[in-house]
Design a protein around this ligand. Structure first.
Ligand code: SF4
Length: 464
């Protein structure tokens, strides 16, 4: 799509991004990696610093073939390539850098520079190496490389579709459900996924919660004894040093009513080298810890990613996958089947398939809801149930997750259901009679609407 620069510029201004436009309009604007301001300079202790080594990369000969890694990064030895801090420091954050790897016209370069003023770019050399640079429709590319459509369709959607701001009880802590809270420890990610629900945070410069802020979050959790489940999120919490992360996890584990800790991270996909022995050894001390990650396409399941997941599983950390349904990336039965079979092969359970949230700047990647339902219908029965994720919509304004399934009930009476199976064949299924409710002791289990059990909550309360 050819959109004039003038039109794009006017859209930027009309969307009240004057501040960004001014602050980014100097020549160094794209040279600033997102989030540089509040990041520690100590590469050992906090998100690794971002001294650019790109000059080294730019001088490397290309065309070594085999994989895009060797084509672009052929002279980077394995010991450096597999150092996650090197990868992190050398993220591609400028369109000028990107154009050395991905063919972009002069017009595209100019357009994408404007797009990144609003929605910055960040992609690890590792993830970049998974992209086929010669295919503009490459499904890996669509997740990492900005598109002018983020701006031209930018009037659709909202900044905070899940209403997380309203449920924030202390800075960084989202408490929506009685028994679980979300701890947002940083807004820094190794990659900025173009479909991210928290895209609004990218412009805030990169921060890590201060010790005082973490203490305030822990205090709140200590005082709320109904909370049994903590989700460490971000940004990406594995951006923190292992020592820093351990400090938070250890203090959480000292709180008696905390049963499980979950970590939401895309590192196994975009920078699997982060999942090293040091991290896994640390995590293994504080179980049960569950890790939810975010593979969207089978080509992301590389030997490095497989090794990362294997290391986690062997450390006692189960790994689940939460993919997002994305137009042109994984919006077909074949793509989802390949992804989910690949996940099972590396011992990762396909958990959720999310309808892409209604986030500003992502409309071009969203699919009609019925696409997700059709995909589930095309998988259910055609492969093992373990390979079929639950398709969900995360409702706007904190409404929570709603699972969507194909409808297999053709008709229903008290006595019988007529069901269709995955092949379209029809089956009659006798419906067992509802129990009578003669005994007071049994009334709590009676589903006939007696005064004893008006709701599942009341029934559960009576059952203790
Ligand atoms: S890793 Fe997660 S939080 Fe970070 S940009 Fe990607 S989707 Fe968003």
């Amino acid at each position: 799509m050819k959109t004039s620069l003038v039109k794009l510029k006017s859209q930027l201004v009309s969307q009240s991004e004057k501040h960004c436009l001014e602050s980014c309009s100097n020549s160094a604007s794209e040279e600033e990696p997102p989030g540089k301001r509040s990041i520690s300079d100590d590469p050992e202790e906090e998100p690794p610093s971002r001294h650019s080594l790109f000059e080294v990369l730019e001088e490397k000969p290309s065309g070594k073939t085999a994989t895009t890694r060797y084509r672009f990064f052929g002279d980077i030895p394995d010991s450096v390539w597999n150092d996650w801090k090197w990868q992190f420091r050398n993220r591609i954050t400028r369109i000028g850098q990107l154009a050395k790897f991905i063919p972009l016209s002069a017009e595209e370069i100019a357009q994408l520079k404007l797009v990144t003023m609003r929605y910055p770019l960040s992609v690890t050399p590792y993830y970049l190496s998974l992209i086929n640079p010669d295919d503009p429709d490459d499904p890996i590319r669509k997740q990492a490389i900005p598109s002018v459509l983020e701006m031209t369709m930018g009037s659709l959607g909202v900044e905070d579709p899940l209403g997380e701001r309203e449920d924030t009880v202390v800075p960084g802590l989202v408490h929506r459900y009685p028994d679980r809270v979300l701890m947002v420890l940083t807004d820094i990610c190794p990659m900025f996924c173009r479909h991210c629900t928290r895209k609004r945070e990218w412009r805030h410069g990169g921060w890590v919660r201060t010790p005082a802020e973490v203490e305030a979050m822990l205090d709140y959790i200590r005082q709320h004894k109904t909370v049994r489940d903590i989700i460490l999120s971000g940004g990406d919490p594995l951006t923190l040093s292992t020592r820093h992360l351990e400090d938070v996890i250890r203090r959480l584990r000292q709180i008696k009513h905390i049963e499980i800790i979950r970590i939401g991270t895309r590192f196994p996909v975009v920078l699997p080298q982060r999942i090293d022995n040091e991290l896994c050894t640390m995590l293994s001390k504080y179980g049960p810890i569950w890790l939810n990650t975010h593979f969207n396409h089978v080509r992301e399941i590389t030997p490095e990613a497989a090794e990362a997941c294997d290391r986690l599983v062997r450390s006692g950390v189960p790994v689940n996958n939460q993919s997002v349904l994305l137009r042109g990336v994984n919006d077909s039965i074949e793509a989802q089947m390949a992804l989910c079979h690949g996940l099972l092969r590396i011992k990762v359970r396909p958990y959720y398939l999310f309808q892409c949230d209604e986030v500003q700047g992502t409309e071009h990647l969203r699919t009609p809801v019925e696409v997700g339902v059709q995909i589930i219908e095309g998988m259910r029965g055609h492969t093992s149930g373990l390979a079929v994720p639950t398709f969900v919509i995360d409702l706007p304004n904190g409404g929570g997750k709603v699972p969507l399934q194909p409808n297999y009930i053709l008709s229903q009476t008290e006595a019988e259901l007529v069901l269709r199976n995955y092949e379209g064949r029809t089956f009659h299924y006798r419906n067992p009679a509802k129990p009578a409710c003669p005994e007071p002791a049994a009334e709590v289990l009676c589903p006939t609407g007696s005064a004893a059990a008006n709701s599942p909550q009341q029934a559960a309360a009576k059952l203790g």
